[in-house]
Design a protein around this ligand. Structure first.
Ligand code: FAD
Length: 319
């Protein structure tokens, strides 16, 4: 593909995996909303992915990566670029001693199950978190005081120019629901986690506790993307939202969950704009009452009109 003349039709010849055009992305996200992507591809091998990225970057074509789509708000207007979702070839793991080598497309529940069977502790908080290991490492997923960052030992990424690179622990910087890989253009393909040998009964107990915390406190069947806002220092976004009377607050088909006020539900007809509008109202009221500026955890992907949402996603300014 040549610069300035991006012909997505050529993608079919470029990679072995699935290639679709003008493809709806909503089914690949837990919110089940948003528009279509000009192209949707599922590379199956490292070579496929590397070649794909090299060509897209060379042609100046925009692309984005989707894991399990469980932490994103995909634009109603879709995406005039390529949505890349790692295919089955990017799933699976092996365990050596206390190390788990897992491909980035592996589901968190699989990592948890295999680690548990091997008597390895350290990822019990994965219990109940949907999505892939790639998305979790990129966003430093966690629960309560635990997060994945400290267990990450090594990573394999493919750069926008198609180079396969190994990163060491020190190259991976992480913070609260953030890491140096977020929105970097690199695609994470494999991760080595260093876990801890522990009695299986102990691991089991912790997993059960994590499940118990979620049960009854989070919406179970309704469409959502987990916590919309990060918890501000010493407080909880859900508690603040509830205290300003916004439980059940609705814009269009998007509603603040009655079960947990930091969850926004897509009732089935919500648009991504509805969700952003609910987020804006929460931020406005919490600011007016407490002068606390809530920072979104969920990421807006696709072709948003930035002027429309820059007040809500103020944390992404300049990215
Ligand atoms: C019911 C529910 C409960 C949840 N509970 C929690 C919780 O307790 N703690 C928590 O931290 N999160 C929670 N989440 C949010 C979400 O599940 C996690 O953040 C998860 O780790 C996101 O992974 P994903 O694969 O779905 O990533 P996605 O949502 O697909 O993507 C998130 C970001 O990562 C990028 N990305 C994904 N894969 C790759 C890759 N291979 N290479 C490069 N970039 C990539 C995407 O481009 C995007 O920027 C919850 C969500 C739901 C729906």
């Amino acid at each position: 593909m040549e610069r300035e003349t991006v012909d997505f039709g050529e993608l079919k010849h470029l990679i072995k995996g699935k290639v679709e055009f003008d493809h709806p992305i909503a089914p690949y996200t837990t919110y089940h909303l948003g528009g279509k992507a000009a192209a949707f591809v599922e590379p199956q091998t490292l070579q496929d992915l590397a070649e794909l990225l090299r060509c897209l970057t060379h042609a100046g074509a925009p692309y984005l990566v989707l894991g399990g789509g469980s932490n994103v708000l995909f634009a109603d207007g879709g995406f005039r670029g390529v949505v890349i979702r790692l295919g089955r070839g990017f799933q699976g793991l092996r365990i050596e001693g206390d190390r788990v080598w897992a491909k980035a497309g592996t589901k968190l529940v699989t990592v948890l199950t295999k680690a548990r069977e091997a008597g390895l502790g350290g990822v019990e908080f994965f219990a109940g978190i949907p999505g892939t290991l790639g998305g979790a490492v990129v966003g430093n997923a966690g629960a309560k005081k635990a997060w994945i960052g400290p267990t990450v030992e090594e990573l394999t990424i493919v750069t926008p120019h198609g180079q396969v690179k190994q990163l060491k622990k020190a190259d991976y910087k992480y913070g609260y629901r953030n890491s140096s890989l977020k929105l970097s253009g690199n695609v994470l393909v494999e991760v080595a986690l260093k876990l801890k040998k522990e009695p299986k009964a102990e691991i089991e107990k912790k997993v059960k506790e994590y499940f118990k915390i979620r049960r009854g406190k989070q919406p179970k069947t309704e469409r959502n993307a987990g916590s919309v806002f990060k918890n501000p220092e010493g407080n909880f976004a859900g508690r603040l939202t509830e205290s300003v009377g916004l439980k059940g607050f609705k814009v269009g088909g998007a509603r603040v969950s009655e079960i947990h006020a930091n969850f926004i539900i897509n009732e089935g007809t919500a648009t991504a704009h509805d969700v952003a509008a609910v987020m804006r109202e929460i931020q406005k009221r919490v600011w007016a009452e407490y002068q606390i500026r809530l920072e979104p955890e969920v990421l807006p992907l696709g072709d948003w009109d930035w002027d429309d949402i820059k007040d809500v996603f103020w944390n992404l300014k300049g990215r």
